[in-house]
Design a protein around this ligand. Structure first.
Ligand SMILES: *Cc1c(COP(=O)(O)O)cnc(C)c1O
Length: 351
């Protein structure tokens, strides 16, 4: 039976018997062995996709949100607030609905994928769109939660990272040890910080014999951690990682340095190629930001920079259904044909 994430890993989380568990049965997502790509097969490198799109609201944000909302309710909060590129909003809205409290989400207008806005709407969140970037939305939300009785559930809330670290636990529990490499997209950098926390905790407890090298990937137009300075106007079609000044900057740098890993940048073209490959060749539909993890690993494979015979886990952070517009643009849709057999056969490519 599937357990609430807080129950599955209770011994490793900052909860007490008195904490009200607000759960939608998040976590315990599949670790899917990939067939390729060809460059990996040739070197005996085994890739696994931790498909976080199969969480209750379709992204890894649910792992942190179950804990953040449970702790907020424990502390007596009647409302939560978050700035978001979309998935944090969808998750906060759903968990607040579950808890019977209010959610306020602050979004950069025009830069949130349609599915995420729809989720926030149906779950009854109060949506505030600002004429500005995610980074501005975050500082406004922080100010809002300091001035009004509303709990902040962005990844600045330490309970978010505590919940998200369980992804590393699940990988080790399933593989029997940590992989050699763990790759993921990096936006606000909370998740890479949380992954590394989780791996270190399991290692210290003797549950893993090694630590992975952490491979973080940003979009080339929004790569402050690669450039070493904030980016004023971040741009990428991967809107979930369209962030110019990551809140967990230091955590990301520490994860990279302590693990002997790297933080690199991938172009939108590389992201789309990886997105299409995963959908067309592997049958896994993730959102564009998630594909940045494979785009980066693919580049390292081509450059011969990954150890042969190693294991690589990719966190596929969100579901492809979140962003139907990108799917339609990437794959193209044929115009309608007359409703007659020959026309249908021709359009089907069978003639
Ligand atoms: C939030 C998010 C990210 C970025 O995670 P950070 O913790 O902000 O680095 C990547 N992909 C998706 C789909 C997300 O929702």
């Amino acid at each position: 039976m599937r357990l609430p994430l807080i129950e599955r890993y209770r011994a490793h989380l900052p909860v007490s018997p008195g904490t009200p568990v607000v759960s939608l049965l998040e976590g315990s997502t599949p670790l899917i062995p990939l067939k390729g790509p060809e460059e990996a097969r040739r070197k005996g490198v085994r890739l696994y996709a931790k498909f976080e799109g199969l969480n209750p609201t379709g992204s890894f944000k649910d792992r942190g949100m179950t804990l953040a909302v449970s702790k907020a309710v424990e502390a007596g909060a009647r409302a939560v607030a978050a700035a978001s590129t979309g998935n944090t909003a969808a998750s906060a809205a759903a968990y607040a609905a579950r808890a019977g409290i209010r959610a306020v989400v602050v979004l950069p207008a025009g830069y949130v994928a349609l599915g995420k806005v729809a989720q926030s709407l149906v779950h009854g969140a109060r949506i505030v769109q600002i004429e500005g970037s995610f980074d501005q939305a975050l500082s406004l939300t922080k100010a809002l939660t300091e001035a009004y009785p509303v709990a902040l559930v962005n990844s600045l809330n330490p309970y978010r990272l505590e919940g998200q670290k369980t992804l590393a636990f699940e990988v080790v529990d399933e593989l029997g040890d940590a992989p050699h490499y763990h790759a993921l997209p990096v936006g606000n950098a909370g998740n890479i910080t949380a992954h590394w926390m989780g791996y270190k905790e399991y290692f210290a407890l003797g549950k893993a014999r090694r630590l992975p090298r952490m491979l973080g990937f940003q979009a080339a137009g929004a790569a402050p951690l690669v450039l070493g300075r904030p980016v004023e106007k971040p741009e990428t079609l991967a809107t979930a990682i369209r962030i110019g000044n990551p809140a967990s900057w230091e955590g990301a740098v520490r994860a990279k340095e302590e693990s002997g890993g790297l933080i690199g940048a991938v172009t939108d073209g590389e992201i789309l190629a990886a997105y299409c490959y995963l959908a067309e060749e592997e049958g896994v539909f993730c959102e564009p930001a998630s594909a940045a993890a494979l785009a980066g690993v693919w580049r390292l494979l081509k450059e011969g920079r990954l150890e042969p015979e190693s294991q690589v886990v990719l966190t596929l952070t969100g579901h492809g259904l979140k962003d139907p517009a990108t799917a339609e643009k990437a794959a193209g849709l044929l115009p309608p044909v007359p409703a007659v057999l020959e026309a249908v056969a021709e359009a089907a490519g069978l003639l």
